[in-house]
Design a protein around this ligand. Sequence first.
Ligand SMILES: Nc1ncnc2c1ncn2[C@@H]1O[C@H](COP(=O)(O)OP(=O)(O)O)[C@@H](O)[C@H]1O
Ligand SMILES: [Mg+2]
Length: 173
Amino acid sequence: MADQPQVSAWADEIARAGRPGPGGPGIAEGPSLLIAGPTGTGKTYQAYGAVCGLLSRGVRLRWEATTTADLHARIRPRTGHDAERDLQTLARCPLLLLDDLGAAKTSEWTEELTYRLINHRYEHMLPTLITTNLPTAELRATLGDRVASRLAEMTERVVLTGPDRRRHTAATA
Ligand SMILES: Nc1ncnc2c1ncn2[C@@H]1O[C@H](COP(=O)(O)OP(=O)(O)O)[C@@H](O)[C@H]1O
Ligand SMILES: [Mg+2]
């Protein structure tokens, strides 16, 4: 479960804004959350924790999660595979977790893909959980201004600090 105060505050906010429905509140439009910080500070842990937090608050939602590297692989144009449909599935999903944004190798094509994905979520105010290792300026340089300025507007930003928890575990094991 997400134990970072800003992350649980975001989950509370999204849960409160839930759209009433017959089986309980469903997820509605709302702010997104960008969790930044160095490797091993618990970004992925907090992002999945936020999803669990929403589910445990009884919010009905459909969600998808992908790392940026997997996203690039999944939506790569290849024969016999409808990449456009995959992109639309992720773009329209009520809650999307985009892990390690800016960590995968980019090209003009991945930049366009990321733009279309983020722009759709931005225009429709679809809650998106994003994690990144990159500080703001580097994220802008990697993703381009169009994506960075949309992210700046649509996300609340949490910066995690502290030691690499993986190393810590290894050292004390
Ligand atoms: N709050 C926490 N409590 C317990 N373990 C945690 C916590 N945050 C992270 N971890 C563990 O620390 C390791 C690194 O966390 P992770 O979320 O993968 O970091 P990041 O995504 O920032 O690289 C993982 O094994 C994770 O399970
Ligand atoms: Mg991670």
